[in-house]
Design a binder for this molecule. Structure first.
Ligand code: DX5
Ligand code: ZN
Length: 222
């Protein structure tokens, strides 16, 4: 089954409870929570305190995407706050293998995200330890950016790597995703679709999740 992961980055935090309830009613599978530190990426969002507070609003799996330097310093705090999946950036740490094992030892699922500049092949020696591979289809940092077309080819490559070496690993894509490209992403091999502006940027987030799901009916997943 294809999973839809609305990204809270585009949600209105003055009414976050309702926004989360909306996408939950619409059938969201994960809540995608973007953590930014103003260093690895130019933008700043929130830390473990906010994630812990959000935990009280929803029982959906929390998919925490850490766009921070030295992610090894913070994974424990995000796990304590209630993160179920924790992804860090390949580009943000010299010891990815150790960090994957550490995240798993905390009882969370472990993911690695790769920026548009990083080839899928860099994950060849890490794939065993991965529960989730996140292909960024924009440069991380902001919502509402244009999908980078080459990402589709990277999703195909990631699908091949996963099928060959670790079929249980989830393949997630993040950035510039909406009704115009969800079909081709799923055909290329994506299984988790992160969407910020195309869900929370609309007047009806619940309906938008449903609409995305209905657009995927009949699309054959590779
Ligand atoms: C961007 C974040 C995304 C962001 C996607 O760096 O990782 O999760 O919310 O936003 P859209 O779907 O608007 O491109
Ligand atoms: Zn993200």
């Amino acid at each position: 089954m294809i999973k839809i992961a609305p990204s809270l980055l585009s949600a209105d935090f003055s009414e976050i409870k309702e926004q989360i309830a909306d996408v939950q009613r619409g059938g969201a599978d994960y809540l995608h929570i973007d953590v930014m530190d103003g260093r690895f990426v130019p933008n700043i969002t929130w830390g473990p305190k906010i994630v812990g507070d959000l935990r009280k609003c929803s029982a959906l799996p929390f998919d925490c995407h850490l766009m921070i330097e030295e992610p090894e310093r913070y994974v424990g705090d995000f796990r304590k706050a209630g993160a179920d999946l924790i992804s860090f950036h390949y580009e943000a740490t010299p010891h990815a293998q150790r960090l994957l094992a550490h995240i798993r030892s905390l009882g969370a699922k472990a993911g690695i995200a790769i920026c548009p500049q990083t080839p899928v092949a860099m994950l060849e020696d890490l794939i065993d330890g991965l529960d989730l591979l996140l292909v960024m289809s924009v440069n991380p940092g902001f919502g509402g950016q244009e999908f980078i077309a080459h990402s589709l080819e990277k999703v195909r490559q990631a699908r091949e790597l996963i099928d060959r070496a670790n079929p249980a690993c989830e393949l997630e894509v993040d950035g510039g995703i909406g009704s115009e490209n969800i079909g081709s992403l799923v055909e290329a091999g994506a299984r988790v679709l992160v969407m910020g502006s195309s869900i929370f940027g609309t007047p009806d987030p619940e309906g938008s999740v449903r609409r995305m799901r209905s657009l995927l009916t009949g699309v054959s997943a590779r």
